[in-house]
Design a protein around this ligand. Sequence first.
Ligand code: GUN
Length: 294
Amino acid sequence: MDSGKIIDGKDISSKIKDEVREETKKLLFERNIIPGLAFIIVGENVASKVYVKSKGKACEEIGFHSVTKSLPETTTETDLLRIIHEFNNDKSIHGVLVQLPLPKHINEQKIIEAIDYKKDVDGFHPQNVGRLSIGQKCFIPCTPYGIVEMIKRSKVDTNGKNVVVIGRSNIVGKPMASLFLRKDLNSTVTICHSATKDIKAFTLQADILIAAIGKPEFVKGDMIKEDSVIIDVGINRVDDNTVPKGYRLTGDVDYNSCFGKVSKITPVPGGVGPMTIAMLMRNTLDSASQIIYE
Ligand code: GUN
């Protein structure tokens, strides 16, 4: 197997966390600041609980202060807004993260907009979304930010390249497109989505393909360009009776049919996934050091 083709998200994320850990020590020593991150989780979504637990563990490993508020499914919007305001006003907290999705009776956008944009380490507040789209300093959403780091650290040339993003979510697809458009990456960007006609006609033109649609193994080998770079954002559970757990995790890319054709590819698991948490740590440290906003 040609392991030189694999972009190892575990290895890159671990390096980023080491960098953040070192800078965190320096911040404490020089300015007596400990980065603080507050997690709010509403309801019993199993995947959300797992994510928040891993994010809290990363804080501990790096030397951040972290608080997790786990609220019942029945929490009202008013109660959730009050808790957000408390963290907004808490000087020991530099990042406020409300884990999504929220229960249906809560207006998600209203909650996102209640978070102080200077503590919005998810980069979902319209202030950060807007600043990203006009190329100003801001918090960048962690998954697309992680993809940029993987691309840069793997020395993938993006200048003038065709980048195709499949998926138009606010968390991945749209910010990803904004980032590739910025002068530092300087790519030509296309976003495909559920209404796109003949997706294959677009993906075959992609020097860099970002798959973020949430459909297991959607991208097949015959849909990609020879020597392209494939970034798989998907984490899908599919039934598999041949393993004790009864399921396996797979991405949005059919890894086996693509591998022979690509110049680089991210695996699932161990690709984009671990990068997201590393970039959350980076954003929280940058918030505490007031690198993004004074
Ligand atoms: N749910 C899925 N991904 C994310 C994320 O990056 N941040 C938050 N807050 N919720 C999510």
